[in-house]
Design a protein around this ligand. Structure first.
Ligand code: NAP
Length: 235
């Protein structure tokens, strides 16, 4: 694995959604060990506290915890989140959307409409609105926004349902936003990880031996290195 260079994120504030998840927690720990002050966003505070404790125990900059349920969060709540980060952290350099909701493979015909709406809320609408609210901060820092996608050859197949549709839509969002923001100096990027041993994976492949699937450690480093390569700032 090519680890993230020490100090690569020194002085930077990195907001990560799904920060207690398989990929999100690895991103948080590795970004902190490369010098970032990480804002850990997620819905289960106890799980976020474990990531917080691991970062502090490893000697990283003290992170912050921001509890938020993406399913019910309103645009006003996302605006408050961005304002709080501005007030408490003074800046935002990187926003990584690592949260995702996936409840299992389901035929579209029998998917309850409420589940469709809930999934698109977490997997598509929330990342859009949160990004929009964070843009003034990202413009000010000439920062970056990273969307975590999924293998379209897989999630375009039957039964991947609203989760798969949301990932296709995010691809479109990245394409539009990266062009619109090019001259503002804000990088809008995507990262498609390989299969990783996480809760989300186990919901789709419940019969699989998880020991045969790699953890999120290497993909997290690849994702962070992509941010570094495409222009993380030198302090
Ligand atoms: N695992 C894979 O093989 C794989 C492959 C390709 C792409 N990906 C992508 O990688 C990213 C990370 O997924 P993962 O594999 O690390 O899955 P994971 O371990 O299940 O993590 C997903 C995270 O999203 C959070 N989340 C879900 N619903 C939420 C809500 N309503 N509000 C706030 N947070 C919410 C979860 O919090 P709770 O735990 O509190 O629910 C969890 O922390 C996702 O974008 C996924 O699509 C994963």
């Amino acid at each position: 694995m090519s680890a993230v260079q020490p100090g690569a994120f020194a002085g930077q504030v990195v907001l990560i959604t799904g920060a207690a998840g398989g990929l999100g927690s690895e991103l948080a720990k590795q970004a902190a060990s490369a010098g970032a002050t990480v804002v850990l966003a997620g819905k289960r505070v106890r799980a976020l506290e474990k990531v917080y404790d691991a970062i502090v125990a490893a000697g990283g900059p003290e992170p912050a915890i921001y509890p938020i349920n993406l399913e019910g969060a309103t645009p006003a709540e996302f605006a408050t989140m961005a304002e709080t980060i501005a007030q408490q952290c003074g800046r935002l350099d990187v926003l990584i959307h690592a949260a995702a909701s996936f409840s299992g493979l389901t035929p579209l015909e029998s998917l309850p409409a409420e589940d469709w709406l809930r999934s698109l809320q977490v997997n598509l609408n929330a990342p859009f609105v949160l990004t929009q609210q964070c843009l003034p901060l990202l413009r000010a820092s000439r920062g970056a926004c990273m969307f975590v996608l999924d293998d379209e050859a897989r999630v375009g197949n039957a039964f991947w349902s609203a989760y798969g549709v949301a990932k296709f839509a995010l691809r479109g969002l990245v394409s539009q936003w990266s062009q619109e923001l090019e001259y503002a100096g804000v990088r809008v990027l995507s990262f498609t990880p390989p299969p990783m041993r996480t809760t989300l994976r186990s919901r789709a492949y419940f019969a699989e031996n998880p020991e045969l699937i790699d953890t999120a450690e290497v993909p997290a480093a690849q994702c962070l290195n992509l941010l570094v390569r495409t222009g993380a700032k030198v302090h």
